[in-house]
Ligand binder design. Structure first.
Ligand code: MG
Length: 258
């Protein structure tokens, strides 16, 4: 009897596993199907160095190329008042967040930033900014090089939710990168919640967020629930009263299934 039970459980597990494992493959195409469309060719660009920003992939929307802030505005739609200097932009404290004029949802995003030298302040007061996906979900920007703060508030944290898997911060003054894959939450036409947002983050090329499920939008000392929202909203950079530099910002929109 016991043997039979184990046997049944084994078969059940195997069938669950095979269902789960094969669920990702589109049944429309047979294996090695010669009619399956080939991926589009994309020039991958070039990697950045400390001295100069790289060149974005050929199919990316460039949000900042080192020259101007034409793709950005403040919340009220007025021109972004952050400073553009030779090849980078810099937060002008107290001017407010800047938002992309275009709205984005599911995406791959590349952002480079450099923390102020010499470092000023401590904990959350040192080099604080943030990349706000859809203007709502913050990937923390902070000087986390020899700067103690709470785990879910350090650089590359999903602020207030997930500390990064490791601290991959470079010293202040050096250029750092975030590569982010984001899938926004979904609601049906009646506003019913269907699925949470998910995010993967590489900090300086190191995996620090591995497809984590967000509990809702970012808040300070709170984890508010989701509320119905469009599939696309402007991306924001945070003004937290510290002068952070950014360069080479580009985004690739992801279509369903990517
Ligand atoms: Mg922040």
């Amino acid at each position: 009897m016991r043997k039979l039970l184990f046997h049944s459980i084994g078969i059940l597990l195997l069938s669950c596993l095979s269902t789960f494992c094969s669920a990702q493959v589109d049944p429309k195409w047979k294996i090695h199907d010669p009619d399956r469309p080939l991926p589009a060719i994309v020039d991958p660009g070039t990697a950045s160095t400390q001295d100069s920003p790289g060149r974005p992939p050929s199919d990316a929307v460039v949000l900042f190329d080192g020259k101007d802030l034409s793709k950005w505005a403040h919340k009220d739609g007025s021109s972004a008042k952050w400073r553009v200097e030779s090849g980078y932009l810099e937060t002008v404290p107290k001017t407010g967040y800047i938002y992309t004029r275009e709205a984005f949802g599911d995406c791959q995003l590349h952002v480079e930033f450099a923390e102020p030298v010499p470092p000023k302040g401590e904990s959350q007061g040192r080099g604080n900014s943030g990349v706000f996906l859809m203007g709502l979900y913050e990937i923390q920007v902070l000087d986390s090089y020899e700067n103690k703060t709470y785990a879910d508030g350090q650089a590359a944290a999903v602020y207030g939710q997930y500390p990064p898997l490791v601290n991959a911060a470079r010293p202040p003054g050096q250029w750092q990168s975030y590569d982010i894959v984001f899938h926004g939450p979904r609601f049906d036409s009646a506003g019913k919640f269907l699925r949470p947002a998910r995010v993967t983050v590489l900090h300086n090329g190191v995996l620090v967020q591995d497809n984590v499920e967000l509990s809702g939008p970012t808040a300070h000392k709170a984890r508010p629930p989701y509320s119905p929202q469009p599939e696309k909203l402007p991306l924001a950079l945070q003004d937290h009263s510290n002068p952070i530099r950014f360069r080479n910002i580009w985004i690739r929109e992801l279509k369903a299934g990517e």
